[in-house]
Design a protein around this ligand. Structure first.
Ligand SMILES: Cc1cc2nc3c(=O)[nH]c(=O)nc-3n(C[C@H](O)[C@H](O)[C@H](O)COP(=O)(O)O)c2cc1C
Length: 286
């Protein structure tokens, strides 16, 4: 069964507002778009306790789903990747339905994580007062940021819109609990940042799923250290990794907006790929 949380439960989880059907431009995706394995309820008796003898055997079936996707499925995955955009200025006020939001959060929660530690939490922010505080925190940091650039860049920087905190109907703070999993986490023993990397994987999953759902996402990172912790009452050891603005959009650019506005350009793939050691070229596929 796909994620089969009933709408009521979904709205309990996702919404301070009323449960709603698809909003403007939104189609209710068929349930089967969320694969069976991701369902939170899919923890049936075949799942032995982690670490128990039967656990490994029970998890790897003979028909392991390793076959490539068919052409249309592959095209859909790559389309989501290449057509994902960061959105700042095109948000519509229509709410994101609880059903869609639950699918986005399920996609995030399906991310890989170091030692399966799942260090993330998701704070849904709709309250206008809280959003105003976040918007003000952005404003303060953004003024500082502008001053860090040289004169020419500063003028261009100041013209860029770099957030949609007030316009998007929903903000989402994705946090990382630096102590999740205890003091020793498999895979994190020699790189403490792997919990942060895991949380970023969750953000990217959500971002791609949002593109498939026709929902825009914008990542806002221009905050003084500690600002989001204070506004959102994060406990010690929990850090904000991403503040996301989420909502339906009037349009999406076909290229990064920063490229369109002359701030930067995507590098050529062939300049990014090395063979066997740093700096050695000619490594790309034939
Ligand atoms: C970690 C991270 C932080 C970002 N912070 C901001 C931000 O504060 N404001 C903004 O407008 N865009 C932000 N972005 C979006 C990038 O500018 C954007 O991803 C990049 O320009 C490429 O555009 P695209 O995402 O549309 O392909 C951030 C992206 C990442 C991954």
């Amino acid at each position: 069964m796909p994620i089969s949380m009933p709408p009521a439960a979904a709205s309990d989880l996702c919404s301070g507002a009323t449960a709603s059907g698809p909003a403007a431009g939104e189609t209710a995706a068929p349930e089967h778009t969320v694969p069976e394995r991701t369902g939170p309820e899919n923890t049936g008796p075949e799942k032995a306790a982690p670490g128990s003898a039967g656990h490994a055997a029970a998890s790897l079936g003979p028909d392991g789903p390793a076959a490539p996707f068919d052409a249309a499925e592959r095209a859909a995955v790559y389309r989501a990747i290449f057509e994902r955009r960061d959105v700042r200025d095109q948000f519509l006020p229509d709410p994101v339905s609880d059903e869609v939001l639950l699918r986005l959060l399920s996609a995030a929660h399906a991310a890989p994580s170091v030692g399966l530690s799942q260090p993330w939490n998701f704070i849904l922010i709709r309250d206008a007062g809280v959003r105003a505080e976040i918007r003000a925190a952005f404003g303060a940091a953004n003024a500082e940021a502008a001053a860090m650039f040289g004169e020419g860049r500063r003028a261009l920087y100041s013209q860029l819109k770099l957030q949609g905190i007030s316009e998007a109907p929903l903000c989402l703070c994705v946090t990382c609990d630096r102590s999740r999993g205890g003091p020793v986490v498999l895979g994190r023993t020699h790189d403490a940042a792997t919990d942060l990397y895991s949380t970023v994987c969750a953000v990217q999953n959500l971002w791609l799923a949002a593109r498939a759902e026709g929902i825009g996402v914008g990542w806002v990172s221009i905050f003084r250290e500690g600002a989001l912790q204070r506004i959102l009452h994060l406990p010690g050891g929990v850090v904000p990794v991403a503040l996301l603005c989420i909502g339906h959009v009037s349009a999406l650019y076909d290229r990064p907006e920063l490229e369109i506005r002359g701030w930067g350009q995507r590098h050529r793939l062939e300049d990014m790929v090395f063979a066997d050691r740093w700096g050695r070229g000619d490594a790309g596929p034939e």
